[in-house]
Ligand binder design. Structure first.
Ligand code: 3HC
Length: 313
């Protein structure tokens, strides 16, 4: 019987019919979505930390307000995505416990330190730029709640990328010291941004199935290539050099060739040995524990309201 169901399910996927929470789905499809959506949510929440580090040190009120808005947006993205994951029958507490105990991943990029104001611009330009490249196709993901969450996330990411690029444009027209700060920041963030797209296709255990189920619409390498192609001219406008001597236009391919990614570094960071992994998780665990009273108060209030409604009914 399940074979018939599996065939009917795959036919729906092949016909680009959205899968909704109440639809029958193979257990492995559900598990694949929980894995990806929850780790996406963890990335959004942990991703608040590198930028939060600069809110009190923004150079003026306008920059502070934009950075605050961005960090708040990331929190909202995390909540949408946890809510999307919960439609698959998992509890938020379990997902957050998986993050805190290291059972679940979050994007490697957020394990690098933000050591200058230029990093706020570079994160907006490169990190959110890479996120947009990866998230726009997810608006057409086969799973309804995930795809719909992505539509709003992508609109907000565009603002994130624009505010970041504008920070860098300002620095690129500044003093020599500001130009150097800009170049130093791009040097530190370029390669880790390319790593955001995941391992190369040949080393990606999930891609084939994820694409068959139309969770992933393009492969890791395809999206990474699109990102590189998009960044080269933007870097030229900023007057920065992308730290890759092998970067050059390949007329035959119609794309930029670029150098080899340091996959040892990638897997070291993914496995928890990056510059900030320990600090990021400790910060998240402390924030969660410090916020316990808010969750308890909200739960108590909700229970009281429910009892009051029962009495009235
Ligand atoms: N950091 C950490 N882990 C990574 C990774 C990265 N950059 N890239 C891949 N991995 C992990 C995968 O999670 C998987 O591990 P798992 O089996 O324990 O989950 C393993 O490496 C193999 O990778 P695959 O390519 O086979 O895995 P996927 O098919 O899931 O592809 C992905 C990886 C492209 C990240 C995909 O999961 C995806 O598109 N996720 C949704 C988008 C997302 O999570 N983006 C993260 C950044 S969010 C962000 O930037 C917020 C913005 O506001 C700044």
């Amino acid at each position: 019987m399940d074979n018939l169901k599996e065939k009917a399910f795959q036919d729906k996927i092949d016909q680009d019919t959205r899968i909704e929470p109440k639809d029958w789905m193979p257990e492995n499809y559900r598990k694949a979505l929980i894995r990806q959506i929850s780790q996406h949510a963890h990335s959004e929440i942990v991703g608040m930390l590198p930028e939060g580090n600069w809110v009190t040190r923004a150079p003026n009120l306008r920059r502070k307000v934009a950075l605050l808005a961005k960090v708040q947006d990331e929190a909202g993205h995390g909540l949408y995505l946890y809510a999307a994951a919960e439609t698959l029958g998992v509890s938020r507490d379990d997902l957050i416990d998986q993050l805190h105990t290291g059972k679940a991943k979050y994007s490697s990029i957020f394990n690098y330190p933000t050591i200058s104001w230029a990093d706020m611009g570079t994160i907006g330009w490169l990190v959110d730029g890479a996120a947009i490249m990866n998230q726009v196709p997810l608006c057409r993901c086969s799973y309804g709640p995930y795809a719909r969450a992505m539509v709003r996330v992508c609109k907000e990411e565009s603002f994130h990328q624009r505010q970041g690029y504008e920070i860098l444009l300002t620095l690129s027209r500044g003093t020599e010291a500001q130009k150097q700060m800009l170049q130093d920041s791009v040097n530190r963030w370029w390669w880790p941004s390319l790593m955001m797209f995941g391992p190369s296709d040949s080393d990606s255990p999930h891609s084939a199935q994820s694409m068959a189920w139309k969770i992933k619409r393009f492969s890791n390498d395809e999206l990474r290539q699109r990102f590189v192609d998009a960044c080269v001219d933007q870097a030229r406008i900023l007057g920065v050099t992308l730290p890759d001597p092998d970067l050059k236009w390949n007329e035959e391919r119609g794309h930029y060739d670029f150098g080899e990614i340091d996959w040892d570094e990638f897997w070291q960071v993914v496995k928890g040995h990056g510059p900030c992994n320990k600090d990021r998780i400790e910060t998240r665990v402390k924030a969660y524990e410090d916020g316990a009273w808010v969750r308890e108060a909200a739960t108590a209030y909700a229970e009281k309201q429910a009892k009051r409604k029962e009495k009235v009914a």
